[in-house]
Design a protein around this ligand. Structure first.
Ligand SMILES: Cc1cc2nc3c(=O)[nH]c(=O)nc-3n(C[C@H](O)[C@H](O)[C@H](O)COP(=O)(O)OP(=O)(O)OC[C@H]3O[C@@H](n4cnc5c(N)ncnc54)[C@H](O)[C@@H]3O)c2cc1C
Length: 308
């Protein structure tokens, strides 16, 4: 089957782009690497109250509402369809199984992923003491010692959530200053259960079968201290899923896709929407709005005689 548009990534931005393509009678193929649609929403365990028109108890609930709504629309979805290569000039994508698919236009909606520390133990202790979410895993750390790594809102907010049940929370950050908002910093500093260690890095996660201790290095003294802990939460920001785009279109210095106000990239006919394009507000609202913008821009290009 030939498609007008290939959409890479099935998070909020990609789903919205697919809905809007059908609204505009553009045929589209939505390719998602995972085995279900939703992207980051599947990792949001807190309530989402700030998306206009819908309040949801979790990201998954919001995703379910998106899917229910799209039942009335016609587009093709392929799950477990990871794109390994993008030929932006020829509007052709390759999947990891070697299959190649072409269209008239491409919309990139590959989002962002959590940044990793890349320290020893980070992979092997996944689900063995390395936490996925403060909110989701709060009950697992009852009366335990927890380490939180990071200096932004996510690290501070999660330290506060975990401190509600944990015995002790130690927050480590490599810099002297924190990026988190003042309100979170003040609450953390005033919480007797939370210790803050700045200019300190986690160098190794230690344990036999699960997390038992963390090696922490002071950047001021270079001294390494082994701290006994039961669980770790790492929140050191996100990075864009743009490896497949390197050298294919313009990226900014942090690897995000550069776009104009029509969500068009440096290559004609290739668009980028949602978090991967580094919006000022990386939110569900921006993602769905950008999905609509790209679909409308493609429609306008293909139908220059019709006004929208
Ligand atoms: C803990 C947390 C709380 C949040 N709270 C809120 C909130 O309260 N309100 C709000 O508005 N926003 C919130 N957000 C932000 C919001 O979830 C995101 O801005 C939004 O979901 C981004 O959607 P996206 O489609 O751009 O990207 P993503 O959701 O990242 O989706 C990208 C998709 O692309 C897929 N993909 C990547 N590479 C490939 C490839 N090569 N081939 C095929 N598929 C690929 C991924 O698997 C993923 O499914 C929160 C985020 C988090 C993590």
């Amino acid at each position: 089957m030939n498609f007008n548009v290939i959409i890479i990534g099935g998070g909020a931005a990609g789903i919205s782009a697919a809905l809007w393509c059908d609204e505009l009678n553009l045929t589209s193929l939505l390719l998602e690497a995972q085995n279900e649609l939703g992207g980051q929403l599947l990792r949001v365990y807190n309530a989402i109250k700030n998306h206009l028109g819908i309040e949801a108890e979790s990201g998954r609930e919001l995703r379910d509402r998106f899917l229910k709504q799209t039942e009335n629309y016609n587009f093709t979805i392929r799950l477990e369809a990871k794109v390994s290569e993008v030929d932006s000039e020829n509007k052709t994508v390759s999947l990891i199984n070697g299959e190649k698919i072409s269209a008239t236009a491409i919309i990139i909606a590959t989002g962002v992923r959590r940044r990793k520390l890349n320290v020893e133990g980070e992979e092997i202790f996944k689900d063995k003491g390395i936490l996925e979410s403060g909110k989701r895993d709060q009950h697992l750390v009852k009366n335990k010692n927890v380490l939180v790594v990071g200096g932004g809102d996510a690290a501070f907010e999660n330290a506060l959530i975990l401190a509600e049940t944990a015995r002790k929370v130690t927050l480590v950050h490599r810099r002297k200053d924190f990026r988190a908002r003042k309100e979170f910093i003040e609450k953390v500093q005033g919480n007797p259960k939370i210790d803050v260690l700045s200019e300190t890095i986690l160098t190794k996660i230690i344990g036999a079968n699960r997390v038992e201790a963390a090696a922490l290095k002071s950047l001021k003294t270079s001294r390494i201290n082994v701290l006994p802990i039961d669980a770790i939460l790492i929140r050191i920001g996100v990075e864009p899923n743009t490896e497949i785009l390197r050298g294919k279109l313009d990226l900014d210095e942090n690897g995000y896709v550069k776009i104009n106000s029509r969500c068009e990239t440096s290559v004609k006919g290739v668009f980028a929407v949602g978090d991967v394009a580094n919006p000022i507000s990386p939110t569900v609202s921006s993602a769905v709005g950008m999905g609509a913008t790209a679909a409308k821009a493609i429609f306008a290009e293909l139908n220059p005689q019709q006004s929208l």
